[in-house]
Design a protein around this ligand. Structure first.
Ligand code: HMG
Length: 463
């Protein structure tokens, strides 16, 4: 019997637009307490795309960076996937636009031997794309070639809505190959859930989504928890994780990287998961003692999300309990050790939809490494969520060669110098009042839109 190849993420590259909105300016203009944005949501700067950028340009920029820094040529790549919810065409896939741009550098037809599709399922699709490509390599159908998965999005909400302070934009390109330097996937354990939901969606032709904010928050938590339960079952069954009495599976996961629509959501997701996992363990009585109150129960524990949200007495008590739990030494120890570093980038970039969790991974690796921690052999547990809705939980182990990649990571340098937008400039951009010719800043060695008409690949140029 042949041994299954070790496959995972070898390297990643990011692209973040050079414009941003400062939370204090935003709070003042909208009459919101800035403390709500800084601490309640966890945002300081939101990346905003310029008029000469779309999600395909950002994807191509991230991909080019990844290829250049790894001295890759198109013949080294067998697949280029793009996962996005900022699609440009109902039928032409975004990866074809991206390849069109890359051909300007590498020559026409240079990727003709490769394959790939555009994937859509709100923010979770990048995780499905990674999973499919890892399996393509495991199946040894790759002929020695690597796969690139790009996650790229512009998160734009209605002006004046509560979603407006969870905007952002950017792309992450991930290199998937055998014997990866960064992280090898744990095989046989990825787990998913899927359900027809309307927590967040964007009908055809509409630029901004329709959102049920509180519903989406709770659905995210429940969906990831359910996928985590399935992951746990598989991890125990396959012997990947062996639980001793009184242990939680969360004790066997060294880091958590979850979908980050905003920083605070990561913190809440960790709290929800720990509560769920620890509730039946001996340590819970010590947690309860520190909190000083019992965990509230909904009137109908098997009720729907609507009925739980409508149970206002429970919701109020549960919020109070959750906040108190997040103040405990138990939560804070796990949070500081296993999650905080993954949230750094989110606070200065914002929601990147498909790219959010992978920007979180990048943030986690860089900031933990900078603390001087040896990351080799550490397990990262991922909680990916996409509205509509589907969750995917999987894990991976940081590989011995990670230092080669991580020691060169510098988020500030990678983002590059950014220009702060005034609220007036931001609102003009939001209303699409400027054209691509009238961009706020000039392009610097990157793909941008340079012509009108045709498709993005024809319109984009390297400037
Ligand atoms: P909101 O109305 O701002 O919520 O909407 P809030 O009033 O509950 O306030 C948020 C937090 O700020 C609370 O903290 C407040 O206490 C706190 P918490 O109770 O949670 O700990 N706060 C303050 N803190 C300090 N000082 C103050 C203050 N005032 C209040 N003065 C919401 C928030 C996220 C719902 C909204 O921004 C929204 O609708 N966003 C868009 C949807 C979204 O991001 N949903 C997340 C889950 S779904 C998902 O992640 C998928 C998604 O990425 C799409 C995809 O999959 O494609 C969205």
């Amino acid at each position: 019997m042949s041994v299954m190849p070790v496959v995972g993420i070898d390297d990643l590259a990011i692209y973040v637009p050079k414009l941003y909105l400062d939370y204090k300016d935003f709070a003042e203009a909208r009459g919101i307490d800035p403390q709500k944005l800084e601490y309640g949501i966890g945002i300081k700067k939101m990346a905003i795309a310029d008029t000469n950028q779309d999600s395909a340009c950002m994807a191509a920029n991230a991909c080019l960076k990844l290829m250049q820094k790894n001295h890759l040529h198109p013949e080294d790549i067998g697949r280029v996937y793009v996962a996005t919810e900022s699609s440009l065409d109902e039928s032409k896939a975004m990866n074809s636009f991206v390849i069109g741009m890359l051909e300007q550098i590498y020559g026409e037809g240079s990727f003709e031997h490769a394959g790939g599709i555009e994937c859509k399922f709100a923010c979770v699709s990048g995780s499905y794309a990674l999973y499919d490509n890892a399996n393509w390599i495991r199946a040894e159908e790759n002929n020695g070639k690597a796969a690139i998965v790009i996650v790229s999005d512009i998160a734009k909400y209605d002006m004046g809505s509560t979603g407006e302070y969870t905007q952002g934009a950017g792309a992450v390109a991930l290199l998937i190959r055998e014997n990866p330097r960064l992280m090898a996937y744990d095989p046989k354990v990825p787990s998913t859930t899927i359900k027809n939901e309307y927590d967040f969606y964007r009908p055809f032709g509409k630029e901004t989504p329709l959102v049920n904010g509180s519903y989406s928050n709770l659905l995210y938590l429940i969906s990831v928890r359910k996928a985590f339960d399935l992951y746990k079952e598989k991890a125990i069954k396959t012997g990947l994780i062996k639980l001793k009495d009184g242990e939680s599976i969360t004790d066997h996961i060294d880091y958590f990287a979850v979908h980050l629509p905003y920083r605070k959501m990561g913190e809440k997701a960790l709290a929800y998961l720990l509560r769920h996992e620890w509730r039946h363990l001996p340590r819970w009585k010590h947690v309860i003692k520190e909190i000083g109150m019992q965990e509230p129960q909904p009137k109908d524990p098997r009720g729907t999300i609507e009925s739980i949200l409508a149970d206002t007495e429970f919701m109020k008590a549960d919020e109070q309990f959750r906040r108190a739990f997040m103040q405990t030494s138990f939560y804070n120890e796990v949070y500081e050790k296993k999650m905080a570093s993954s949230l750094e980038a989110s606070a200065i970039i914002g929601n990147l939809y498909t790219a959010s969790m992978y920007m979180g991974l990048r943030s986690l690796l860089e900031f933990e490494f900078k603390k001087g921690i040896d990351l080799e052999g550490k397990r990262i547990g991922f909680g990916s969520y996409g509205s509509g809705s589907s969750a995917m939980v999987f894990s991976g182990i940081i590989q011995p060669q990670y230092k080669e990649v991580v020691s060169k990571m510098n988020l500030d340098e990678d983002i590059g110098p950014r220009q702060k937008l005034s609220m007036e400039e931001y609102e003009r951009l939001h209303r699409n009042e400027r054209t691509f010719k009238d961009s706020v800043i000039r392009a610097h060695k990157e793909f941008v839109l340079v012509r009108l008409g045709g498709n993005t690949a024809d319109k984009a140029g390297f400037r």
